[in-house]
Design a protein around this ligand. Structure first.
Ligand code: ADP
Ligand code: GLC
Length: 479
């Protein structure tokens, strides 16, 4: 049995901006169910505090003259003991975890997440009189990158794992920030947190963790290249022997069309014909033309370049003007993309619905209602939406990158014949042709159903995933 401190900047259902929260909301519980002793550490953002019921302060600390309470609670819906780092100066403010109400990064993010890291280090070293010491600390993304670096300065500190969910977000700041935060000078060098003269949280995690993981084997290979490594491929190549990829799972409690309380009509493989009831309900709700037969393409996404918005905006009018298909898009992010999509929706109100914002229920309804799911990412470390789509018999249209390659098997005639196909994959930027191909197969009811059933059978369970992490954890015991 391992004692694991799992450190993260978001976790569903307490706070979520993307797939990272889904992972941190599921993996600790799956580890617990496999007899691991795991504690989750999260910042106490106001949204988090508003969602927890039972809580008690179990320890106090102080960083940069700011008092910090460690609040103990359980992650709702699970038995995972969760420690919230309650530092009002860092976390008690309106807006999102990383950005303000206008979508601009908080100016003091380095300070905020250094506090999270200091608290995690004190918990790792059992310095807050809680009387629990982990043998492993599992950190996630740049916000936690200083934890392995700081722990490396202690003898007998727990072993560290650093998981990269997205290498494009690195937490890079000026050297002055490093000095202002009075971080140990020993960390400032080219093999440490220094990154072309800047101070990098992501580099700190990669340089100092005992093991590095990312969220799919294919992305683990890709980040070794200049194209996908975002400037860190050199260091990652240097650490190649300690780097591996483990595909994420899906939370069957929340993402199962047979039990999903957020959708109009539940369905499973046996009752698949009922899926269409979700489509007509959503068409009505979003004022699209009501038609069972028209294929519906869904998209739920952060509206950022990564998610293929440039390609979509370049081609969507061509596809819509063929008059054979409808789109429903839910997302928030870059204002420019939001505006362009809304303009198009005004132009084609019966064929394109765009909802700007974050809406959990609508996300589920789109997965259940759509025939196809659009995810032409420029890079995708794992991707959870295509996994949800597969589970809902909603065939994903993806690019051949990252975790999309590890999870989507394209509908070539060979793959259809041997019953493995479960979606569609672009070659280059042939979005229009790929959609045309999908629409032609949609007309072949028998083949389509076969693709859907193959998709729905794919099982990406967190229990399996937890097994892989435990193997990794165990390998650290003997090293
Ligand atoms: P990423 O983490 O890069 O955003 P993923 O596919 O791993 O991509 O995970 C995205 C998660 O965020 C999914 O659970 C998806 O349903 C959710 N999501 C993204 N945008 C929205 C939105 N506007 N409303 C509701 N859920 C969203
Ligand atoms: C990141 C990635 C996404 C991945 C998620 C959870 O947000 O962009 O591909 O699924 O983290 O690991």
């Amino acid at each position: 049995m391992n004692k694991i401190l799992y450190v993260c900047s978001e976790a569903f259902p307490l706070i979520k901006t993307g797939g990272l929260a889904d992972v941190a909301g599921s993996l600790p519980a799956a580890l617990l169910s496999k007899s691991q002793d795991v504690r989750l550490v999260l910042p106490a953002y106001p949204e988090v505090l508003s969602k927890i019921k039972k809580q008690k302060i179990i320890a106090k600390s102080q960083y940069y003259m700011q008092s910090v309470n460690i609040i103990e609670t359980k992650l709702p819906g699970t038995k995972v003991i969760t420690w919230l780092i309650d530092c009002p100066a860092a976390f008690n403010r309106p807006g999102g975890p990383y950005t303000d109400q206008h979508g601009d990064e908080w100016h003091d993010n380095a300070f905020r997440y250094t506090i999270l890291c200091h608290a995690a280090v004190d918990l790792s070293l059992n310095r807050l009189s809680i009387n629990w010491q982990p043998n492993l600390v599992h950190c996630n993304d740049w916000q936690t990158g200083l934890v392995p670096a700081l722990l490396s300065l202690y003898i007998n500190s727990p072993k560290t794992i650093f998981t990269i969910h997205n290498i494009a977000y690195q937490g890079n700041f000026d050297q002055q920030m490093f000095n202002d935060l009075h971080l140990p000078k020993e960390l400032w060098h080219m093999h440490g947190v220094e990154y072309y003269g800047k101070f990098s949280f992501m580099k700190a995690g990669i340089a100092y963790a005992n093991k590095i993981t990312t969220v799919s084997p294919n992305y683990a290979k890709e980040i070794l290249t200049d194209e996908f490594g975002y400037g860190l491929s050199g260091l990652l190549n240097h650490r190649k022997d300690d780097l591996s990829g483990i595909v994420n799972g899906i939370d069957e409690k929340h993402w199962n069309p047979g039990t999903d309380e957020l959708i109009v009509q539940k369905y499973n493989q046996q009752s698949l014909p009922q899926k269409v009831i979700n489509k007509t309900a959503l068409q009505k709700e979003l004022k699209l033309a009501n038609s069972k037969k028209t294929p519906l393409i869904g998209m739920v996404s952060r509206l950022v370049e990564q998610k293929g918005l440039n390609l979509i905006l370049e081609h969507i009018e061509t596809i819509i003007s063929n008059n054979k298909v409808q789109f429903v898009i839910l997302g928030a992010g870059n204002f420019h993309y939001e505006m362009l999509l809304c303009e198009l929706a005004e132009k084609y109100p019966k064929q394109l619905s765009v909802t700007i914002g974050y809406n959990e229920a609508l996300a589920h309804q789109i997965e259940a209602a759509s025939d196809l799911f659009l995810m032409p990412s420029t890079f995708e470390p794992c991707g959870l939406n295509q996994l949800y789509s597969l589970r809902y018999g909603t065939l994903p249209i993806v690019t051949p990158v990252g975790g999309l390659v590890d999870t989507v098997i394209p509908a070539t005639s060979e793959n259809i014949q041997n019953n493995t196909a479960n979606g569609f994959m672009l070659e280059g930027d042939n979005l229009v042709e790929t959609i045309e191909h999908a629409l032609s197969l949609y007309q072949q009811a028998k083949t389509w159903k076969q693709l859907q059933l193959t998709a729905m059978k794919a099982h990406f369970t967190w229990k399996n995933v937890a097994g892989h992490y435990i193997q990794l954890y165990d390998s650290l015991k003997s090293s």
